[in-house]
Ligand binder design. Structure first.
Ligand SMILES: O=C(O)CCC(=O)C(=O)O
Ligand SMILES: [Fe+2]
Length: 344
């Protein structure tokens, strides 16, 4: 059990793991850039988008649907009607729909030229960076169509058995995000993996085959870009899907609840970002003041393995000014979807 340690469990919810400080870029470890944008990954040290008045542990997300608080939302997909989510409701849990029904009379504004250009830039796979040995950012790697498919799949799985719920560490301390596990279940109370969720006995859905393909392609392409720092490939049996609302965040932590063998071999974690951008911190210490800062945007794939497998990382804030146009088409609620793939 790692609740007071530096693993995912200990760092994610408790005050001392909170990633809220100022990120600093160490001048001695400049990232290697491949592509057009030479300095696109680190956005300076100011934290203009972090809600300054937010107290880390004082509230949970306003649109939370707590366990046992059944609040049914049915997705209204733009192209085709989605089936209602009866399965999770049937076992008496709350349902968190990442694509809730649009309110009648909702006007969808046409994206401005600025937004269109930003998305075109992102989807043109413009730059990739070796942030540090073993840590690669594939900027804009996921196409808009892939992002849309991922959201739709997560929506579908998220409203069913084993879908999204409000995780907590016990004693009323909630994480500032909604979570769903695919493959194995990660239990924030014990920081351990298992086959079922202890609180409702649900078995997590399987990782969809198309997600496996995206992960192996990303690792292959990353190794092709940075052949001097190759990372081992993985057969992911865990995918933790987080949904951050606009006030969501995640304290600095290490992902170290996977098997000793997986950690020893430095098997990489592969992370997909979709939706609003996130202020992401990473570094060798749990201290946010010593961490480096990165803006993770919709379509980005971040990989950390090998010598960076134990890197501390976390999300200090969601940048609410960065809603991609994509969200309007698939009706993703305001916020950010993150998927991290691991091999136990
Ligand atoms: O949201 C992110 O980018 C990071 C998520 C993460 O670190 C985790 O789920 O362990
Ligand atoms: Fe993590």
């Amino acid at each position: 059990m790692e609740r007071s340690g530096s693993g995912r469990g200990g760092g994610r919810g408790r005050g001392r793991g909170r990633g809220g400080g100022r990120g600093r870029r160490s001048p001695s470890t400049p990232p290697v850039v491949v592509g057009k944008e030479q300095c696109g990954c680190v956005r300076g040290s100011e934290e203009k988008n972090r809600p300054q008045n937010s107290s880390p542990d004082s509230h949970s997300d306003s649109d939370s649907v707590g366990i046992g608080v059944a609040k049914l939302k049915i997705c209204d997909d733009v192209d085709k009607p989605s089936p209602p989510p009866p399965a999770a409701a049937a076992v008496g849990e709350g349902v968190f729909d990442i694509c809730p029904r649009k309110q009648p009379g909702t006007v969808v504004l046409k994206p401005s030229l600025l937004v269109k250009n930003r998305e075109r830039r992102r989807s043109s796979n413009s730059s990739s960076l070796l942030l540090r040995p073993g840590m690669v950012l594939l900027r804009g790697y996921l196409s808009l169509s892939d992002q849309k498919k991922i959201v739709e799949r997560c929506r579908e799985l998220g409203v069913g058995v084993g879908g999204f719920y409000q995780p907590g560490y016990g004693e009323g301390v909630e994480m500032h995000l909604k979570m769903m596990c695919l493959g194995k279940n990660w239990d924030p109370h014990t920081s351990q993996y298992g086959e079922q969720r202890p609180f409702d006995g649900a078995k997590p859905p399987l990782i969809p085959p198309e997600f496996h393909t995206l992960v192996s392609n990303a690792l292959r392409d990353s190794n092709a870009l940075f052949p001097h720092d190759p990372l081992p490939s993985i057969s992911p049996d865990i995918c933790i899907v987080n949904f951050y609302s606009q006030t969501g965040r995640l304290g600095l932590h290490q992902d170290k609840d996977e098997s000793k063998d997986s950690l020893r071999r430095g098997l990489p974690v592969v992370s997909f970002s979709i939706g609003y951008s996130a202020q992401f911190l990473y570094g060798d210490h749990r201290d946010p003041d010593k961490a480096q800062k990165l803006q993770l945007e919709s379509g980005d794939v971040l990989i950390f393995g090998g010598p960076s497998r134990n890197v501390f990382h976390g999300v200090t804030a969601i940048d609410t000014t960065t809603a991609p146009n994509l969200l309007q088409h698939i009706n993703l609620r305001p916020g950010r979807l993150n998927l991290t793939f691991r091999q136990y």
